[in-house]
Each structure stands twice: as C-alpha cells, then as structure tokens.
Write a protein that binds this ligand. Structure first.
Ligand code: NAD
Length: 354
C-alpha cells in the first residue's frame, strides 16, 4: 500500500486530496495525513476527508510514515518542504512552478538525486489527450521542423484577485500560467529555451493593490531554432466565457497545428451566466452512490505520481521512468529558467540568455 500525504490544502491541494481519496477507494494508496498552516483550512479538510491533520509539516513527517508527499503550497514556498521530504527519503510531487529561482530548482534536484527519490512536477498539460496526439504527430515528423508559433494562456481576473490575493504579488502570469506552456512547448520540441525578449505591463492589478504584472508578452527562441511567442495574462473580465483562455499554434516546414486547449467544442448560454465554453477534459466530476468520481488530465497527472511510486516499489529505477510522460526535476528547472529570463528581460529591456 502506498502511503501518501499532502502539504498545502488550498484550491489545488483539494484536487490532490480528491485524487488520493479516489485512489484509496480503489485500494491503491492510503492517505496517511495532511498539513496546512492555516488551522481553519486544515480542520475543514480533516473533517471532510477523514484523515489526520498537522499544521507543521516537519512534525507530520516526524510522526508519520510516507512513501510520497504532494506539495501544493504557494509558488515561492515549495522548496523547503521538498528538501525536507527528500532528506527523509520520501518521493515528492510538486505543484508547478518547481521553484521561482534557478538555484532553488537545482538544490531540489540535487537533494532528491542524493537521496534517490523521485522529484515530479505537476505539468498536467502533458496529460491532455489532445496534446499527446499532437506530440505523436510531431514525433512522426508530420509537421516537419517547427519554425515558429504562438501560445496564449489568460485567466479571468478573479484568479489573482479573489483566489489568492495574499500571494498573487509574489507570483505573476509567467509563474502561474506561463510555466505550463514553457514546459509543453519544450516537450513538443524536445529542445530547451535559448534566448528571450519580453515586455510586461502593470496596471489593473496594481490599482487593486496587487503589485504584479497584468500581462506579459515574450518571444522565446529555442535551441533548435524555433521561435515561439507567449501571451500570458490574468486580467480577463469576470464574465469571460471560461476561467481560462488557452491554446497554441505551431508552424513547421511541412504543416501547421492549431489547438484550442480550452474550448473543446461545447458552447452554452444560460440566463444566469451568459455564454460559456467548457474544458471538461481537465477535471470532470460524476456522482455514483453519493460519491464524486473525478477524471481528466488534471487528475491523471496527480495519479501518475502514485503509479510511478508503485513502479519504484516493484523494483523499477527512477531512470526507467525518464521517457514517460511525467515531468521531473530537470523539466521543472528548464521551465523556471525560461520564466526567470522572461522577468530579467522585462527588467533589462533587452534580449536575455535563458
Ligand atoms: N496544476 C495547476 O494547474 C495549478 C492550478 C492552480 C494552482 N497551482 C499551484 O498550486 C500551488 C497552490 O496553489 P493554490 O491555488 O492551491 O493556492 P492556495 O492559496 O489556495 O493554497 C495554498 C495553501 O498552502 C498553505 N500553506 C502555505 N504555506 C504552507 C506551509 N509551509 N505548510 C503547509 N501549508 C502551507 C496555505 O495555508 C494554503 O491553504 C501553487 O504553486 C500554484 O501555482 C497549480
């Protein structure tokens, strides 16, 4: 039985809770204990998910036994618990971004390597079946050498303003959204970022007292020569058709790929909310005998960590997993390198090396 825990039980930690509880029902794992520094959040989750709770992750790791821990604390607070877990020989699953500094990512990778533990990053866009088909097409050479492309990922303003106003100023549309697509494009191209030129704008959120970028535009040159532009923002109006607007276009010497990663073809209009489009491929809920069952690529990415631990327990090595879909420490580092260089370019007003 795989013994699991979670540190950080907010919005995304709840998705991890639901996933682990679902795997527990299937007899695959046991949710041993959970942790959040916020007592109110912790109490609610402990009651709802009927498990042990701690406000101090160090105490939790001293008192309980785990094979794997998921970390869903705010962006700048992943590193410390990752390193603490790794030194206790516990595999770790980290919400994106791995860390907001390059040194932080490298330290995590080194400590996990030294302790022979898995360091997995939740870049769930790799688990989107539409993206997987595109990757296969690219691998089979259907589009030829990719020359240029564009990506957009834009959240409604409620995300930074209402979901986590207490730490939105420590993040940005680049950290919160951009890293998802930096990783996805790297995964498609099998190539790392080389150079970037970026511009950012601070206006709407700053006026609301949240000192971070509204939007960032970045042009990234990859090592294989592909030039991809990224348009990242989190100020779409509240009545926009979905929580996120996202997609990309890639053009190669033999073809073009266009993907709307949000609107999967369902459009509704209700008097109560107006026009809406859905991405049920992300997280879908259905009820059976009073229990909710979760599916979708957002869930599969979390489950994947548990299955990877299962393989390791069966005798596979961490290196055996490296050609699988999962994103690991090095992938987290490469996405962070692009994000850091984007911010550096905004500051310097020059093209920056990644
Ligand atoms: N994979 C995705 O698509 C996705 C989506 C949203 C958020 N995220 C990422 O998940 C992480 C969490 O985001 P969120 O939206 O759930 O934030 P949130 O603010 O809703 O939740 C974070 C929780 O962590 C707790 N916390 C902070 N420091 C802690 C510590 N030292 N020990 C224990 N608990 C601690 C907070 O009390 C809070 O309850 C972020 O890194 C974010 O970027 C990922």
């Amino acid at each position: 039985m795989i013994k699991l825990g979670i540190i950080g039980l907010g919005k995304f930690g709840t998705n991890i809770l639901n996933t682990y509880k679902q795997l527990e029902r299937k007899g695959i794992c046991k949710l041993v204990a959970i942790c959040d520094i916020n007592e109110k959040v912790l109490d609610e989750q402990v009651k709802k998910y009927k498990t042990k709770g701690y406000t101090d992750y160090k105490e939790m790791l001293e008192k309980e036994e785990f094979d794997g821990i998921a970390i869903a604390t705010p962006d700048p607070f992943h590193k410390e618990p990752v390193i603490y877990c790794a030194n206790k020989k516990i595999h770790v699953f980290v919400e994106k971004p791995l860390d907001v500094t390059i040194d932080g990512c490298i330290e995590m990778i080194e400590v996990c390597k030294k302790n022979n533990v898995l360091l997995q990053v939740d870049f769930h866009k790799r688990f989107d079946p539409f993206h997987q088909t595109i990757r296969k097409d690219i691998e089979q050479g259907k589009i030829g050498r990719i020359e240029y492309g564009s990506v957009h990922m834009e959240d409604k303003i409620i995300v930074p303003r209402d979901w986590f106003p207490n730490w939105a100023d420590k993040s940005s549309p680049v950290w919160f959204l951009g890293v998802h697509f930096f990783d996805l494009i790297r995964w498609f191209l099998k190539s790392n970022g080389k150079k970037v030129f970026a511009k950012g704008i601070k206006n709407k959120l700053k006026l609301l007292g949240i000192n971070t970028f509204d939007a960032v535009k970045a042009i990234v040159e990859f090592e294989n020569g592909a030039i991809i532009s990224f348009e990242l923002s989190w100020i779409l109006p509240e009545n926009f058709e979905s929580i996120v607007n996202q997609g990309f276009k890639l053009v190669g010497e033999k073809g073009i790929i266009e993907c709307d990663s949000q609107d999967r073809g369902t459009r509704v209009c209700y008097e109560s909310v107006g026009v809406m489009t859905y991405n049920s491929a992300f997280i879908n809920e259905v009820e059976k005998f009073g229990e909710i069952f979760y599916s979708g690529y957002g869930i599969e990415s979390i489950e994947d960590f548990v299955y990877n631990i299962k393989y390791l327990k069966e005798g596979y090595k961490i290196d055996d997993l490296k050609n699988w879909i999962s994103a690991f420490g090095q992938d987290g580092l490469e996405a962070t390198k692009i994000a850091v260089a984007v911010h550096r370019s905004i500051e310097s007003k020059k093209e920056e090396e990644i």
